[in-house]
Design a protein around this ligand. Structure first.
Ligand SMILES: NC(=O)c1ccc[n+]([C@@H]2O[C@H](COP(=O)([O-])OP(=O)(O)OC[C@H]3O[C@@H](n4cnc5c(N)ncnc54)[C@H](OP(=O)(O)O)[C@@H]3O)[C@@H](O)[C@H]2O)c1
Length: 242
């Protein structure tokens, strides 16, 4: 979703600096985003490394960028609350919450006045699923941070949060193809729009948060209607017509 957002910004005539931990992935992303010379620069950065994040933002000129979009999160842990190792849940917080926190803390002073920050949460906070308490918790923490920072960093900056539903991204590439396809298909069938999201759906919503000058402190859902999806199966739901 981060890459799709960078593509959209470049299509709109903007310039982006994209960061991740892998130089090879950044090289491929840079090649994929077609734009004018110098429209895409890259930085290898692990955002869980507070010192590296601070040094990176210290190296930027103030006012050089209008927006900071933080989509980074490592693989999420799933499992029952009683059986999950606390250390695994803490690792998710390290990557998704603290990584975003460091970027906002050291990046905010460098953004141009009128600029904005976009955090990422996810549908599992307000519409949880069984065995998803780690993501429910970390997404809630990020949404809370969003509202607090919108107050504290305004009026110079706007701060919003993007909350995706199920999006077909590289995040699931580690899965066996049949399993991945089955998961995507069954999720799609449970949604009012009968499809999962694409990175481009996310990019359009994130672009709105980055650019709309009167939007701050919100969580924007882009989830194909996931919040109102019907969970009961056709077989055992007495209120559903045949
Ligand atoms: N896809 C969904 O269905 C879905 C649903 C709800 C919420 N979300 C949330 O949306 C966000 C983006 O998801 P996505 O599906 O676009 O994920 P993705 O395809 O896995 O992309 C995440 C990117 O973050 C980078 N990253 C991970 N850890 C990092 C770190 N410590 N430092 C720097 N970069 C790091 C990864 O690159 P490297 O490996 O090269 O570092 C990767 O390019 C995540 O916060 C996710 O939890 C996704």
């Amino acid at each position: 979703m981060g890459k799709a957002t960078a593509k959209l910004v470049v299509e709109q005539g903007g310039e982006v600096l994209i960061a991740s931990r892998s130089a090879e992935k950044l090289r491929l992303a840079q090649a994929e985003i077609v734009g004018k010379q110098g429209a895409v620069t890259t930085k290898v950065l692990d955002n869980t490394d507070e010192i590296a994040v601070k040094e990176f933002f210290d190296s930027l000129e103030a006012g050089e960028y209008n927006a900071l979009v933080i989509s980074a999160a490592d693989r999420a842990v799933h499992g029952s609350f009683l059986s999950l190792e606390v250390s695994q849940v803490k690792a998710l917080f390290e990557s998704k919450f603290w990584g975003a926190y460091f970027c906002a803390k050291y990046g905010a002073p460098k953004l141009a006045p009128g600029g904005s920050i976009v955090f990422f949460s996810g549908v599992l906070n307000r519409r949880p699923g069984l065995n998803c308490s780690p993501l429910a918790s970390v997404n809630g923490a990020i949404e809370g941070l969003t509202r607090a920072l919108a107050l504290e960093l305004g009026p110079r900056l706007r701060v919003n949060c993007f909350s995706p539903g199920f999006m077909e991204t590289e995040r699931f590439d580690h899965m066996e193809v049949p399993k991945k396809q089955a998961m995507l298909e069954s999720t799609a069938q449970s949604l009012p729009l009968r499809r999962v999201g694409q990175p481009e759906d996310a990019a359009a919503a994130i672009y709105f948060l980055m650019s709309n000058s009167f939007t701050t402190g919100i969580v924007l859902d882009c989830d194909g209607g996931h919040q109102i999806r019907q969970y009961a199966s056709q077989v055992n739901d007495p209120f559903r017509g045949k």
